[in-house]
Design a binder for this molecule. Structure first.
Ligand SMILES: [Zn+2]
Length: 217
């Protein structure tokens, strides 16, 4: 969030003083497989991902473990920590649905977020539901192993969009090559840290701040 503030601050003088309009960060040379989705995220110390009907806790544990999102740095400080069979500020349940995917795309999973409205009128994500289907629609591809599918859906919870390009196959938000698990990369972790704040990030950690108020008196 701090990055957008900085961009806004420096963009204004450049718009006033020059015809060159900087429209965003420089284009990536390689295909960008870690793209922000449109969900409003929020501030949370932790996100609980609890196994519901037909999903095992061990699959969720794998999805939040070191093979996937648990490998990110800054869990609990730069981005929410992840736990299962727990309670946290944000609570997501993962459930299994037998049969073919009912997604328009036919894909194996779906995340539907829920939001709460804050006293200042802004929204924050409060949780939601991950649905994992038994098989893709159209191709009939089996959606197992579910841990990889759950990890992908947790990517949506963490603020990442699908990365549909063939160059993103094998990335957690990209396509899954049958028989091969996808992986969470440093860029995916960074996108999650950018999307979410933790309480320690929201309270300014200014050594000169005596707590006396905005004027510092
Ligand atoms: Zn997806």
């Amino acid at each position: 969030m701090s990055r957008s503030v900085l961009i806004g601050r420096f963009l204004l003088p450049s718009l006033l003083g020059s015809a060159i309009i900087v429209s965003g960060p420089p284009a990536a040379t390689a295909e960008d497989c870690s793209v922000r989705n449109s969900y409003t995220t929020g501030v949370a110390l932790g996100i609980a991902v609890n196994a519901g009907n037909g999903i095992s806790t061990s699959d969720v544990s794998t999805a939040i473990g070191s093979s996937y999102w648990g490998g990110c740095s800054g869990l609990g400080t730069g981005m929410p920590g992840l736990c299962t069979s727990c309670s946290a500020t944000v609570s997501v349940s993962a459930v299994f649905q037998a049969g073919e995917s009912t997604n328009q795309s036919g894909s194996c999973g779906r995340f539907t977020p829920t939001f709460t409205v804050q006293p200042d009128g802004t929204q924050r994500m409060s949780g939601g539901t991950i649905v994992i289907y038994e098989s893709e629609r159209g191709t009939g591809v089996d959606c197992e192993p579910y841990a990889d599918r759950i990890a992908h859906e947790i990517g949506h919870v963490l603020g990442l969009d699908d990365a549909s390009g063939a160059g993103c196959n094998g990335h957690i938000m990209g396509g899954r090559v049958q028989g091969q698990n996808r992986s969470v990369g440093a860029d995916d972790c960074q996108q999650a840290r950018d999307a979410w704040d933790t309480p320690s990030e929201v309270v300014p950690d200014d050594p000169n701040d005596d707590g006396g108020g905005p004027c510092g008196v």
